[in-house]
Design a protein around this ligand. Structure first.
Ligand code: AP5
Length: 213
């Protein structure tokens, strides 16, 4: 299964990706997570990405495409992969198509998660992420057992810089101007499936798996 998850910030791509990757036995590749790991490791790539991410803008394609192409050379992608947060504009979608042609492989599906903006704002403003293992929780919808402490590893939970209200608005306009056109791109290729991202996490996962069968 070679799959892309597309949807606005806070649609639940990361949350669903964990379930779908486990279901299909494929690695979950999130370009946002790759950038955050580089920021944590204080690499040159992380230093470059940070200013774009904190402002809610896209990291330049030259950097993002090279990072993604390198990730797809790892052996764990042989049975397939789930891309979360990539591609994020038509240029990246065209670049990915070239990479896949070089590898003589193709995409099976692109799953769009749709959700109204009011719900996105509630989700992003309450999201907390573990500084240690990256697990996501929510102050209302997915409350940790102890406030501020990760259920998975006991690490400290923090609010992403780009989950602050003023940055969320910019991320939503970046999504509608730059990312939404890839939905039409994949629709034209006949591989787009769309589901609602509103409801219980388990119900959305079941709908996603049914749509992909
Ligand atoms: P990235 O990390 O990809 O962020 P994003 O796409 O904006 O998506 P999010 O991680 O915010 O949301 P999500 O859809 O994964 O939702 P989640 O499951 O966490 O990118 C960050 C930045 O990196 C970008 O702005 C850019 O700067 C850079 N970047 C990354 N990729 C790039 C690329 N290809 N090109 C250029 N730049 C790039 O859920 C959100 C919250 O809701 C959580 O708290 C969760 O617990 C809760 N929740 C989830 N599902 C439900 C549900 N069903 N009901 C109630 N609550 C729910």
């Amino acid at each position: 299964m070679r799959l892309i998850l597309v949807g606005p910030p806070g649609a639940g791509k990361g949350t669903q990706a964990v379930h779908l990757a486990a279901h299909f036995g494929i690695p979950h590749i999130s370009t946002g997570d790759l950038f955050r790991a580089n920021i944590k490791g204080e690499t040159e790539l992380g230093k470059l990405a940070k200013s774009y991410m904190d402002a809610g803008n896209l990291v330049p394609d030259s950097v993002t495409n090279a990072m993604l192409e390198d990730r797809l050379t790892h052996a764990d992608t042989a049975p397939g992969f789930l891309l979360d947060g990539y591609p994020r504009n038509v240029g990246q979608a065209e670049f990915l198509a070239e990479v896949l042609v070089k590898k003589s492989i193709s995409l099976d599906a692109v799953l769009e998660l749709s959700i109204p903006n009011e719900e996105i704002i509630k989700r992003l403003s309450g999201r907390r992420v573990c500084r240690n293992c990256g697990t996501t929780s929510h102050v209302i919808f997915d409350k940790p057992k102890v406030d501020g402490v990760c259920d998975n590893c006991g690490g400290e939970l923090y609010q992403r810089e780009d989950d602050k209200e003023e940055v969320i608005a910019n991320r939503l306009s970046v999504y509608s101007e730059q990312t939404e056109p890839i939905v039409a791109f994949y629709k034209n290729l006949g591989i787009l499936k769309a589901i609602s991202a509103v409801g219980e996490v388990s119900e959305i996962s079941a709908n996603a798996i049914a749509a992909l069968k």
